[in-house]
Design a protein around this ligand. Structure first.
Ligand code: GDP
Length: 362
């Protein structure tokens, strides 16, 4: 499964947020025999459609899609110099599919800041700098190799040119992900990601706010501006911990008192899922209503393969109705009668919220 690595300076609220994440561990609830690693949190992707599907089909159980987070401890200044913990930190980031930086915005005299003052901007820069330095080291080896290659093979020349553009971006102190879609920079993204660099990974920023700041739209806009085009999530890590200890109704009441409709952890799960380029399709029956994770642009046979490789190999066709049509019709029979249920073949590209039954040969 794809994972999101959580990083941040010491004392910004990483552990507090991670504890809130793991309190919500769906693996523990649904797969009692799964091995749960202490630094991995698997959280449900909130999806209201599943309850409605379960109602329509009389399902006994609901199984949401999940998003996996890994707590990557140990960022220190100088991590890129590859000493001890720093090395392990970079190796862990290399394995993650996206990077989620927790940034402290809350003020609390009792919680020391490593730099003596709370500054989201400089915290972000500190972590970026370590990742950028690590990438520049990688390029120091890659560029001479590409130079050599392009002397022999013409096709390698564009790769070299692209690597040099990436190097220039990094030397200016900018992460590559931040300029992914910037036509003025003009990076070839496939070529850039093939270099195995850290700052091409998608970034998400979680700003850990205190309770007053949760209502401060102006502050949040200015924090968001620090990191666009990357996604931002605003939450209060301590409050998230409290929410996880309440029952659903109590939690909702508390959230509403802050003008929110869902927890920060749920927002983070949703944002993470989106940042990873994922979507879901749905299956439903008397046993369970379930969301399955696929990539954007996947075809029906690929989607079937997520349930079982036999489903992909023996794929014949898929019976599909969009969730909205099924919801409006109220039952599969009515949806069929209304002509809303389609038969799709091997070439069909899945849409988010397709409710599917696969036909296959074994
Ligand atoms: P980490 O070092 O980044 O993992 O930070 P911790 O989660 O251990 O938090 C460091 C300290 O900050 C702890 O005493 C937390 O209780 C406190 N803390 C975490 N989140 C918040 C917050 O949102 N507001 C306030 N006031 N304190 C927080």
């Amino acid at each position: 499964a794809l994972t999101i690595g959580i990083v941040g300076l010491p004392n910004v609220g990483k552990s507090t947020m991670f504890n809130a994440l793991t309190k919500n561990n769906v693996l523990a609830a649904n797969y009692p025999f799964a091995t749960i690693e202490p630094n991995v949190g698997v959280v449900p992707l909130p999806d209201d459609r599943l309850a409605r599907l379960a109602e329509i089909h009389g399902s006994e159980k609901i199984l949401p899609a999940t998003v996996s987070f890994v707590d990557i401890a140990g960022i220190v200044r100088g991590a890129s110099e590859g000493e001890g913990l720093g090395n392990k930190f970079l190796a862990n980031i290399r394995e993650a599919d996206a990077i989620c930086q927790v940034v402290r915005a809350f003020e609390d005299g009792d919680v020391v800041h490593v730099d003596g003052k709370v500054s989201p901007e400089s915290d972000i820069e500190t972590i970026h700098t370590e990742l950028i330095l690590a990438d520049l080291q990688t390029l120091e080896k890659a560029v001479p190799r590409l130079e050599k290659e392009s002397r022999i093979k013409k096709e390698s020349k564009p790769l070299l040119d692209n690597a040099l553009v990436a190097q220039k971006v990094l030397e200016e102190g900018t992460t590559l992900y931040a300029v992914k879609d910037d036509t003025k920079v003009g990076l070839d993204w496939a070529a850039t990601t093939s270099l195995g660099l850290l700052t091409t990974k998608p970034f998400i920023y979680v700003f850990n706010l205190d309770e007053d700041q949760l209502a401060d739209a102006e502050l949040q806009a200015s924090l968001r501006a620090l990191v666009t085009p990357a996604d931002s999530v605003f939450l209060n890590a301590k409050l998230e911990m409290d929410l996880m200890e309440m029952d659903a109704a109590e939690a909702m009441e508390l959230l509403e008192s802050f003008g929110a409709t869902e927890s920060g952890i749920s927002q983070l799960a949703r944002t993470g899922f989106h940042t990873l380029g994922l979507q879901t399709y749905l299956t439903a029956g008397p046993k369970e209503s379930r969301a399955w994770t696929i990539g954007q642009g996947w075809t029906a046979p690929q989607a079937a393969g997520v349930i079982h490789t036999d489903f992909q190999r023996g794929f014949i066709k898929a019976e599909i109705v969009s969730f909205d049509d099924l919801d409006a019709a109220g039952s599969m029979a009515s949806a069929k009668a209304a002509g809303k249920v389609r038969m799709e073949g091997k070439e069909y590209v899945m849409s988010d919220g397709d409710v599917v039954e696969f036909r296959f040969n074994v």
